[in-house]
Design a binder for this molecule. Structure first.
Ligand code: TRP
Length: 335
């Protein structure tokens, strides 16, 4: 199939920290699977990252580690467009035009803005408020039809759709209206220590979270310490057995078998053996990924060339949309 016949997908992640099992299960596994059948734009949203304070050195390292890990996991720059948001200036430029077509009241209603403002009242910057409008620019520049996101970003994609609709009716049809698509259920990974909360680096217990960069001993230790229950039955029951259900999900994702098959496989064993097998499945999955990661991370020239090609491909598509927008709003054409 020609690239132009395929539906356009846009998705992005912020390079704000190390990748976890949850990042793979929730987003990346899906990204990798979609590369063949869609025209995918995968963006490392570094502009979005600076609404919070980060040290420039950490930020720079996070961004290149994330990129190397994506490539190691199987994002193929020949099949998709993988790029850094800050390398394509059209994102910031379209965001300004969209700002002028977004109502203050509309932006103020965003749940994430309200939550983040409450969490860090000392740093409610204008960028935080404008964050969803920059997201709208990300999506609309590529005329994306499908935007795979987690539940927390759904409202932002709906805002992008409303802004696009308003612009289209104010001027003339310009933007494809995007649709948020949630990944299929079961892909959400919870903490190993607190299995009713999302697996998170911010849990006080470092055993809660498994990183894609963890070595085999660390992975096995964390799974051994995983919280279960006293029922001694390996079965998927999210409400009553959150720990075991989470481990079944993890096994299903990393051993690549359906949850029902995993349930049967472990039905007659104890929890200790089950936890060991889940740990081993994760270790086996990570082994070749980490070897590939080390190779890629050491090859700065390769990373540079991936970024250069990605930025060129993205900028070409983005420029087409931005020129149209500039013409429609009435800016004089540059000679
Ligand atoms: N805000 C998203 C997140 O935190 C990342 C993001 C930036 C994004 N731009 C986007 C997601 C556009 C979807 C579409 O996860």
């Amino acid at each position: 199939m020609q690239t132009s016949d395929k539906k356009v997908i846009f998705s992005a992640v912020k390079p704000t920290g190390a990748l976890t099992l949850g990042s793979y299960a929730g987003a990346l596994k899906n990204w990798i699977a979609m590369q063949d059948d869609y025209n995918c734009y995968y963006c490392v949203a570094d502009l979005h990252s600076i609404t919070v304070r980060l040290s420039p050195a950490d930020f720079r390292r996070n961004t290149s580690e994330m990129l190397a890990m994506y490539l190691a996991l199987g994002i193929r720059p020949e099949k998709c467009t993988l790029f850094l948001q800050s390398h394509v200036s059209a994102h910031a430029e379209l965001a300004w035009v969209l700002n002028c077509n977004t109502l203050f009241g509309e932006a103020r209603r965003m749940t994430q803005f309200k939550e983040k403002s409450k969490r860090d009242p000392e740093n409610v910057n204008v960028g935080l408020f404008d964050y969803p409008v920059l997201m709208a620019a990300d999506i609309l520049l590529y005329q994306a039809e499908i935007v795979p996101v987690g539940e927390d970003q759904k409202q932002h994609v709906e805002l992008a759709r409303n802004i696009a609709q308003r612009f289209n009716s104010r001027y003339s049809p310009t933007f494809v209206l995007p649709e948020p698509v949630l990944p299929r259920s079961g892909a959400k990974i919870y903490g190993l220590q607190d299995p009713v909360k999302k697996m998170s680096k911010s849990n006080d217990n470092p055993n809660d979270c498994v990183y894609l960069s963890d070595d085999a001993d660390t992975v096995m230790r964390k799974f051994k310490a995983a919280v279960t229950d006293s029922d001694a039955r390996v079965a998927y029951d999210k409400a009553n057995k959150p720990g075991i259900s989470n481990l079944l999900t993890i096994y299903s994702v990393f051993a690549d078998v359906p949850v029902s098959a995993a349930e049967k496989q472990f039905a007659d064993g104890g929890y200790a053996r089950f936890k060991q097998c889940v740990g081993e499945a994760v270790v086996e999955f990570l082994r070749p990924v980490q070897a590939e990661y080390r190779k890629i991370a050491a090859d700065k020239a390769y990373l540079q060339s991936v970024l250069k090609t990605g930025a060129e491909k993205a900028a070409y598509a983005a420029r087409k949309t931005l020129s149209k927008v500039y013409r429609k709003v009435g800016f004089l054409e540059k000679a």
